[in-house]
Design a protein around this ligand. Structure first.
Ligand code: NAP
Length: 285
């Protein structure tokens, strides 16, 4: 065994605020299950402190990488020596590691968004379908890029502030269109997938103003919010007979490639991390 392997590996999640982050619980459970000599911490850094914090962390040879959360995802792209295509597409990074002595940035939110959809339904199922995405922030951008990889027939971006939806849709071709917020309910009539990538419905935020009366029971409704995991939107969708996915599915799926990038092994499959996270959120599995 080399010296490096006997040393404890360190990783963290960095953001502001960061106290609420579920990543330490998630990675901690996988570290324990995989029996790895590693520690995954939470690190608070303001926008001003971010660059120095990154330098400090990576100056420690035991440090293998960090997950980057709000508001630093764009700064993470800028500070990296090299970025992959996911960062170029998303314009932001959520994972920093070392690669050949350089700081390497990736964006695993895109994979985190699409992996649960591909687990729920085959890639063939999504081909030529209509997808509706609500929101136009960072989560909507990751969802849009992830949704495009499913080769749908059409993607409609609908945001409360339509101008932001238009900016997001630009450059993605004819398949992607921005609609006015007033069209959100009629757009659901032929949607196979509805994604809530807005923050409406999150604990402490106003509810999402949306009726599901036009959606088909065959559609899948995916809410990226995970506080709560079972949002009013998902409750309505379930009552309608739709398949549902919640924000924890995405959170776990985006963390998997991070774990492997940090520690060189995939997270153990048998660990019920979703149950653990639901427990931490005070929701029963
Ligand atoms: P963001 O950049 O702040 O964007 C928020 C979006 O929500 C904007 O498009 C905003 O519309 C819209 N919005 C806010 N309040 C609304 C309301 N009352 N009605 C309708 N639309 C409203 O946030 P973000 O980073 O994209 O995150 C969005 C959500 O995704 C958050 O809940 C976040 O927790 C979740 N998320 C989950 C994961 C995961 O792993 N599960 C990852 C990333 C994000 P305007 O443009 O009109 O303001």
């Amino acid at each position: 065994m080399t010296t490096k392997q006997t040393q404890q590996m360190h990783a963290c999640v960095i953001g502001d605020p960061i106290a609420h982050s579920l990543s330490p619980l998630l990675h901690g459970a996988w570290i324990k299950a995989a029996n790895i000599n590693a520690k995954y911490a939470r690190r608070h850094a303001t926008k001003k402190e971010f660059n120095q914090a990154v330098k400090d962390c990576f100056s420690d040879p035991r440090f293998v990488g960090m997950n980057v959360t709000l508001p630093h995802k764009e700064a993470a792209k800028k500070i990296a020596d090299c970025i992959d295509d996911t960062v170029k597409q998303a314009g932001a990074a959520n994972l920093l590691t070392r690669k050949n002595g350089q700081l390497y940035a990736r964006n695993t939110d895109i994979e985190g968004f699409s992996a649960p959809l591909l687990k729920a339904r085959t890639v063939q199922h999504w081909k030529n379908t209509n997808i509706v995405i609500l929101g136009a922030g960072g989560a909507a951008r990751a969802a849009l890029i992830g949704a495009l990889s499913l080769k749908p027939g059409r993607i409609q971006i609908i945001n409360r502030t339509q101008a932001r939806a238009q900016v997001l849709a630009e450059g993605f071709g004819d398949k992607v269109e921005a609609l006015d917020w007033s069209k959100r309910e009629e757009a659901l009539a032929d949607a196979s997938l509805l994604v809530n990538a807005s923050s409406a419905g999150m604990t402490g935020k106003p509810p999402l103003d949306l009726s599901l009366q036009h959606i088909s029971g065959d559609a899948l409704v995916y809410d990226l919010i995970y506080t709560p995991q079972m949002t009013p939107l998902l409750c309505d969708a379930k009552a309608k007979g739709c398949a549902i996915l919640g924000g924890l599915d995405m959170l776990i799926a985006q963390a998997k490639p991070s774990f492997e990038a940090f520690f060189g092994v995939p997270p153990p499959q048998h660990t019920d991390v979703k149950g653990l996270l639901l427990q931490a959120l005070g929701e029963v599995s």
